[in-house]
Design a protein around this ligand. Structure first.
Ligand code: MSP
Length: 514
């Protein structure tokens, strides 16, 4: 295993404001990036905006501004969303940047030189909303004769000169790659869909357009702009400094993981590896497809007016509760429904009650009965050892879950220990030991503090702010290279460490007016 790790989000179209679906992809990638950093890996985490193409050009025209001004505005809004969601990206790429134009031109040239691009004419269906070409047999026809893509997007007939990429050459190579790398596309259901799509045959792909201008010009033929998906996918390479092998970030390629929504798997798992094979560039190691959120049971749409700004949710319920909910509510890969009520339930039950109360009970007993100082470790009883061992096993258990990544399973591992710790505190009843056996009370509270330290440490990637506060309250130093990382757990906290006064980390959410 390499010590470096490169994880990406899709780059977001700048045709409209960020919503909860975008936040989801970014938060998922962020949790993984933070987890790996905590585990000592050298992580490069990339996000950004996809700014060219007909769809953005159209949105700009509707807003009455030129595409660049429009893209600047919306891209800034996505950057703000990422910051407000606690996304710890190392770079934010915009496809209108010069570094990206240069990389695209260089890549095009390689494909040309290798004979995988030729000039022809495209005639067929195109959906601007998806920025995708469709075959006749993929479409459904409405009563009024209009045709609709599987995504529900309307399609239009396009006929124009176009450069083509020889995708048809890569069918067998792609199938061989999927077979040799069964985890290249996850989850497995998505892989099967891709495999059957590719088995069904691949036609050459139109990779340039002439009917509009908002794109990267084709080198040597500026009447054409590059197909926006070729342009967009290349962002992952651009950010590593490709084609310069001496670029500081060249070491991050190939990417370890592209996190993508299920509707863009085909681009990432078919076109993208084919482009890379054609250019002789190493393929990313994995494409993980997550599902889609509906909102209160309905598809999110501007016309329904139910598009949720994740920033509003973070303001109302707390960012960490939102991050936790999104990764806990549905297994990564499945579709889910976002509802405020479900979020509040998880916040009140799992965060405020299960975890928050456990910490609050432990810390206030230490404050009251141990003069606010961390008790010494004692020789563990069997019950102590069972709980301590379960906690100590968490980093490895999470590492195994995050490898895919399976965020919900990782959280379930942690909650198993939280539930065991709650059972332990109830059973040991340290509040009663205060009179009968103060030494045992101190030992029990120390076990709980140690277990809480592990829990808060491994939960940092999911809930950075609240877990930092919990670690503060547990007296875990912030300085000292890795005191809050996994390796830091090996060094026990000194007995007698003075703890700050305990303060609740997850207040229960009470409906306004309730
Ligand atoms: N620009 C392309 C990606 C290019 S990557 C080289 C694009 N952009 S997007 O803005 O439309 O979508 C970006 C991500 O947001 C996708 O992963 C998509 O799945 C996700 N979501 C958008 N709406 C969503 C939901 N309702 N639910 C979950 N995620 C969804 O596609």
């Amino acid at each position: 295993m390499t010590s470096s790790y490169y994880v990406t989000t899709p780059i977001y179209y700048v045709n409209g404001a960020p919503h909860i679906g975008h936040a989801y992809t970014s938060i998922a990638a962020d949790v993984l990036a933070r987890f790996l950093r905590l585990d000592g890996r050298d992580v490069f985490f990339l996000t950004g905006t996809d700014e060219h193409g007909q769809k953005v050009e159209k949105a700009a025209a509707e807003a009455g501004v030129d595409p660049q001004t429009f893209a600047d505005r919306v891209s800034a809004d996505f950057r703000d969303m990422a910051a407000r969601m606690g996304v710890s990206n190392d770079d934010f790429i915009r496809t209108t940047e010069q570094r990206h134009r240069d990389a695209c031109a260089a890549f095009w040239q390689v494909l040309r030189d290798r004979g995988d691009i030729y000039l022809g004419a495209y005639e067929g269906w195109y959906a601007v909303r998806d920025e995708a070409f469709y075959d006749e047999d993929e479409l459904t026809q409405r009563a009024d004769g209009t045709r609709i893509a599987p995504s529900g997007a309307p399609v239009e007939w396009v006929r124009e000169p176009s450069y083509f990429f020889r995708l048809s050459r890569y069918q067998d190579k792609l199938l061989a790659h999927y077979a040799a790398n069964p985890d290249f596309i996850l989850p497995a259901g998505r892989r099967n869909e891709v495999v059957s799509f590719v088995r069904g045959g691949l036609q050459d792909l139109s990779v340039s357009r002439t009917s509009f201008r908002w794109g990267i010009p084709v080198p040597g033929d500026p009447a054409h702009v590059m197909y926006v998906w070729l342009d967009a996918l290349l962002n992952y390479l651009t950010a590593t400094g490709w084609p310069d092998p001496a670029a500081p970030r060249a070491r991050y390629w190939p990417a370890d993981l592209h996190v993508v929504g299920k509707e863009i798997v085909r681009f990432h798992a078919v076109y993208w590896p084919a482009f890379l094979m054609a250019a002789g560039v190493a393929l990313p190691r994995r494409v993980y497809s997550h599902g889609w959120w509906t909102v209160e049971g309905e598809k999110m749409s501007k016309s329904l007016g139910n598009v949720i700004d994740p920033r509003e949710l973070a303001d109302t319920y707390g960012l960490d509760a939102l991050r936790y909910f999104l990764l806990r509510e549905v297994p990564f890969g499945n579709d889910g429904d976002f509802s405020r009520r479900a979020l509040v339930t998880r916040l009140n039950v799992e965060l405020a009650n299960d975890l928050g109360n456990l910490a609050q009970r432990t810390l206030s007993l230490i404050a009251r009965n141990c003069a606010g100082r961390l008790p010494a470790r004692a020789v563990p009883t069997e019950a102590d050892a069972t709980l301590l061992d379960a906690a100590a096993a968490l980093p490895a258990a999470l590492r195994a879950r995050m490898e895919r990544p399976a965020f919900g399973e990782a959280l379930e591992e942690v909650w198993r220990v939280i539930r065991a710790a709650n059972a332990y505190i109830d059973h040991q009843a340290p509040w009663a030991l205060r009179r009968t056996d103060p030494a045992r009370m101190a030992a029990v509270l120390r076990v709980l503090a140690d277990v809480l330290r592990v829990i808060a440490t491994v939960l940092q990637p999911f809930m950075p702010d609240s877990m930092a506060r919990m670690l503060d309250q547990l007296g875990v130093p912030t300085e000292g290279a890795a005191s809050r990382s996994f390796v830091g757990l090996a060094a026990p906290l000194a007995e007698g460490t003075a703890l700050p006064p305990p303060a609740g980390v997850f207040p229960r959410f009470v409906e306004p007016g309730a």
